[in-house]
Write a protein that binds this ligand. Structure first.
Ligand SMILES: [Zn+2]
Length: 249
């Protein structure tokens, strides 16, 4: 049974039990984690307090690689030794100890790790990215870096759930254009021309399409909008950022 393992009381961050059991240094934060803001170059958006907390979690803040996230499907390779990687929404590395960071508040942060080939990728996935195929792009990026899709262990960080994610006509149409009738499985009709979007199920399906073993996807399905006292939700008006950080052991 996979779950989130809380760290601290109240929890400042979680670990994914599946990735933790396999030995991946990683965290996915709550709003109680100190000193995180939106990524911008050239300095990683972590205060001294955040850097201390990262270090305590076995992640070297001096080597963090991050991107200016643009809701696209562009793949970036983390620079050697870490640092700012450019504008894009997928980061990959084969270098040990270089933490990759994805910043979110409702969007999915997806971690992909091939324990055998020693390849790590992370992706920032919202509705725009999902429509643009960023999920498949993340798997492809890992494979291009030497991974095998069916060897990947994948985790989806707390993000907005189908309980709270109401979308309007333009977004519905974008999903229809990208995925046709298939998108119906991810949508529940709501008031007027709106629908509730299940980005979790959509991305689990798209990961499986790309060759990931569904049994190796852990998704705790913790909704950011349902837990305003614990997480940050852009839709609930929060401007804070959660961060998911992982590094190859
Ligand atoms: Zn919810």
């Amino acid at each position: 049974m996979k779950r989130l393992i809380p760290q601290g009381e109240p929890p400042t961050h979680y670990r994914f039990s599946g990735l933790a059991a396999l030995g991946l240094p990683h965290i996915t934060t709550t709003r109680h984690f100190p000193g995180v803001s939106s990524p911008s170059e050239p300095t990683a958006p972590f205060t001294a307090q955040a850097q201390h907390a990262l270090r305590a979690a076995g992640l070297d803040p001096a080597r963090v690689s991050y991107a200016r996230q643009v809701h696209g499907a562009e793949i970036l390779q983390a620079p050697r030794g870490g640092g700012y990687a450019g504008a894009g929404d997928v980061l990959t590395t084969t270098e040990r100890g270089v933490p990759l960071a994805i910043f979110t508040a409702d969007c999915l942060a997806i971690t992909l790790w091939d324990t055998i080939a020693r390849v790590l990728a992370v992706a920032h996935v919202g509705w725009r990215g999902t429509v643009k195929g960023v999920t498949a792009a993340a798997v492809r990026a890992a494979v291009d870096a030497g991974a095998r899709a069916d060897q990947l262990h994948v985790a989806i960080a707390p993000s907005i759930g189908p309980c709270c994610y109401e979308i309007d006509e333009p977004v519905l149409q974008a999903f229809g254009r990208a995925y046709g009738r298939r998108a119906q499985a991810w949508l529940e009709p709501a008031r007027d021309a709106h629908a509730m979007l299940d980005l979790w199920t959509a991305n689990e399906a798209l990961l499986a399409d790309a060759g990931v073993d569904p049994r190796q996807i852990e998704n705790p399905r913790l909704c950011t909008a349902c837990h305003p006292d614990l997480l940050y939700s852009y839709r609930k008006g929060n401007r804070g950022r959660l961060v998911t950080v992982a590094a190859l052991p």
